[in-house]
Design a binder for this molecule. Structure first.
Ligand code: AMP
Length: 385
């Protein structure tokens, strides 16, 4: 285990592959623990550059990787870490999560097979590698589906909804004829997610079960409500959380997770949770843990990556999050003056240039009761178009 926090100026150094907003927030959570962060990120405007040592170089740059190899451990903020970077770091420094887990989670078909092997259910799916795989694929997944590129898709990009064989062929060609998975369309009641951290010694810790609402394939809003004994839906809410934890534990143990990962689920009408996808890192839906009063998902990833003890990263109060997404020219912008005037509202900005649909920041909302939270969230949603 890396040395634990002490009064010394810095007890540990954590390397991060990637320097975006997730790295920025990981670095901010690391700082008070005496942990210094080094990020490897080619973008000169990397959001993390103001709170971490920024090595501005390609992810495969030998000098940059050599600097990361001097750290006590390396973690990441995105799943598509080039294999060459992982090969370079192998044997020099612990990368958490490790190469094997990353290989699984960056490829949708491999991920689904590994999820099923670990005991979790997914949507029905067919791997599409060549044009021949299209025949009969739609029927196999239930007649209606979503075609997704096997790699590099995020926030609803690289996917298309299909209802006929002709649409399937057209969509596959539109996606460039690259390897894809065709998933059956799930008529879910809601989407939920949970984070799980696991130390190299096997200690597990969980985040809250968060309910997520997407707009155009991008997360718009997340919500966490602690269980209240008088809640009418206590049984179903509790069982969803218990089910999510049990599945997260199975996958974290089965995949020998070291670090933190987030599972996104579809909740089916009967209450069953199907895993949609796994992110081998902190996740947008966990941002509300920053202001809910408990340990944040960012601190949990820092601790797990360094091999330090972890604890559940659970908010103590009802809380929610609204994403600030980039707007087209001339469209209304978030009203920061109004937002900053609201009680229980925390604005987090990433310092990125505006581009339509781009994640530019988020607003966390915290309240002492569910009704107060819902009122505040409604206000925030009006101020963040
Ligand atoms: P993804 O990039 O896979 O997370 O997909 C983005 C969003 O599209 C999800 O959060 C869902 O809202 C929707 N979606 C993706 N896959 C499916 C599916 N198989 N059935 C229904 N909705 C889906």
């Amino acid at each position: 285990m890396t040395a634990l926090p002490s009064v010394a100026p810095a007890t540990a150094t954590l390397g991060i592959l990637g320097g975006g907003q997730l790295a920025q927030m990981l670095a901010l959570a690391a700082l008070p623990l005496g942990v210094r962060v080094v990020v490897l990120e080619p973008d000169p405007q990397a959001p993390a550059r103001h709170c971490a040592e920024h090595i501005q170089a390609a992810y495969t740059d030998p000098a940059g990787l050599a600097r990361l190899a001097e750290c006590d451990a390396v973690t990441l903020e995105f799943e598509n870490v080039p294999v060459a970077a992982l090969d370079y770091l192998r044997g020099k420094v612990a990368v958490r999560p490790g190469a094997e887990l990353l290989q699984r989670s960056k490829h949708r078909a491999r991920e689904k097979m590994a999820l099923q092997a670990a005991g979790a259910q997914t949507a029905p799916f067919v791997s599409i590698e060549t044009v021949n795989d299209l025949a009969g694929a739609l029927a196999q997944v239930g007649g209606e589906g979503i075609l997704k590129t096997a790699e590099l898709g995020y926030d609803g990009k690289g996917q298309a909804r299909v209802q006929s064989q002709a649409e399937l062929l057209g969509a596959w060609q539109q996606l460039g004829g690259v390897p894809c998975v065709l998933e059956g369309l799930i008529h879910f009641v809601r989407e939920v997610s949970i984070g799980v951290a696991r130390t190299p010694g096997g200690q597990l810790a969980y985040g809250p079960l968060v309910e997520n609402v997407h707009r155009n394939g991008i997360l718009r809003r997340s919500l966490y409500l602690p269980h209240h004994p008088s809640a009418a839906d206590l049984t179903s809410a509790q069982s969803a959380a218990a089910q999510a934890r049990a599945l997260a534990a199975k996958v974290a143990q089965g995949w020998q997770l070291e670090g933190l990962m987030t599972l996104e689920f579809f909740e089916c009408p009967g209450g069953e949770l199907l895993v949609n996808e796994v992110a081998p890192r902190v996740h947008n839906s966990g941002h509300l843990t920053q202001d809910g009063g408990g340990v944040s998902q960012f601190e949990a990833q820092v601790r797990a990556a360094l091999g330090w003890p972890v604890q559940d990263f659970m908010p103590l109060l009802p809380c929610g999050m609204v994403n600030i997404l980039g707007w087209p020219e001339g469209a209304p912008q978030p009203d920061y003056a109004e937002l900053l005037a609201l009680e229980g509202v925390h604005v987090h900005l990433y310092g990125k240039e505006n581009r339509p649909g781009r994640k530019l920041g988020h607003v966390n909302v915290v309240a002492s009761t569910e009704s107060q939270l819902r009122e505040r969230l409604a206000l925030v949603e009006r101020l963040v178009p």
